[in-house]
Design a protein around this ligand. Structure first.
Ligand code: FPP
Length: 245
């Protein structure tokens, strides 16, 4: 389909582009298995695709793009696979030059205190380097869980109550939201999950409360620019009512 960047003006004015898109990169393991390859090769292929789709999303005009890269539950995977994923994250953080050149801001969400120190250092470094970039914000969810994030926010507020700085009855939804990892990030408009699974798996459960969902049977490493186009076209056919009529 390749809808985007093809018309003369280079704009997509007839389409409503979701401001914030979340992507659950599912199906790397099955992609590798189908080819008789180790799972980590599937993740490597998935990481390459992450890079391609990120650049394309910027071209399309998406302003916030979040990828679910490693969940709080993914530690249950074999150690070898966990190590391979952490190595992959580090490798990509060493090679983000092209994102930097594209003026893309990079942020991380999740509990980073459980990650290896060398990875934490690189995350901080990339966040610092890109903090004023404004073509698109890329959020990488690493050791992220929606329930864990809400718990983290509640703990912060509970401490304020304990310190006598806040009354329990004054706690608002805004306060909970402001203490999530996604401060200053708008709610998710569209969640894309390839590979045939149709569940949220603890991904941005607060921020996706009114998100539209797009599922596809394609495995993440095979998910192409055209598939992102299709997701955006499907999003344009939805009637978002946010609880109204
Ligand atoms: C889920 O597929 C995928 C993951 C848990 C890892 C996703 C991470 C990457 C693609 C690497 C991204 C790298 C960067 C730098 C962001 P699965 O393994 O559960 O697939 P399966 O369901 O087919 O087994």
């Amino acid at each position: 389909m390749a809808l985007f960047g093809k018309n003369k003006s280079g704009s997509n004015s007839d389409l409503n582009i979701p401001v914030h898109v979340g992507i659950i990169m599912d199906g790397n393991g099955r992609w590798a298995k189908k080819r008789g390859l180790p799972r980590k090769i599937g993740h490597r292929q998935g990481a390459q695709n992450f890079r391609t789709i990120t650049k394309y999303a910027k071209q399309v005009g998406i302003k916030y793009l979040t990828f679910y890269a490693f969940s709080t539950e993914n530690w249950r995977r074999p150690q070898e696979e966990v190590d391979a994923l952490m190595d992959l994250f580090e490798k990509y953080l060493d090679e983000v030059k092209d994102f930097i050149e594209e003026n893309i801001r990079i942020r991380f969400i999740g509990d980073r205190t459980k990650l290896r120190p060398s990875l934490q250092d690189k995350m901080l470094d990339v966040e610092q380097t890109s903090k004023d970039f404004d073509s698109m914000t890329l959020l990488l969810a690493i050791n992220y869980g929606g329930r864990d994030e809400i718990c983290h926010s509640c703990r912060t507020l509970a401490q304020l109550v304990k310190d006598g700085k806040l009354e329990p009855e004054d706690i608002t939804m805004d306060m909970i939201e402001q203490n999530l990892y996604t401060q200053e990030v708008p709610p998710v408009d569209l969640v894309i999950r390839p590979s045939g699974e149709q569940r949220l798996s603890n991904f941005m459960i607060w921020q996706s409360a009114y998100a539209e969902f797009y599922y596809s049977n394609i495995l993440w490493p095979d998910f192409k620019k055209d598939d992102l186009d299709k997701a955006i076209v499907a999003y344009n056919d939805r009637n978002r009512r946010f609880g109204g009529v």
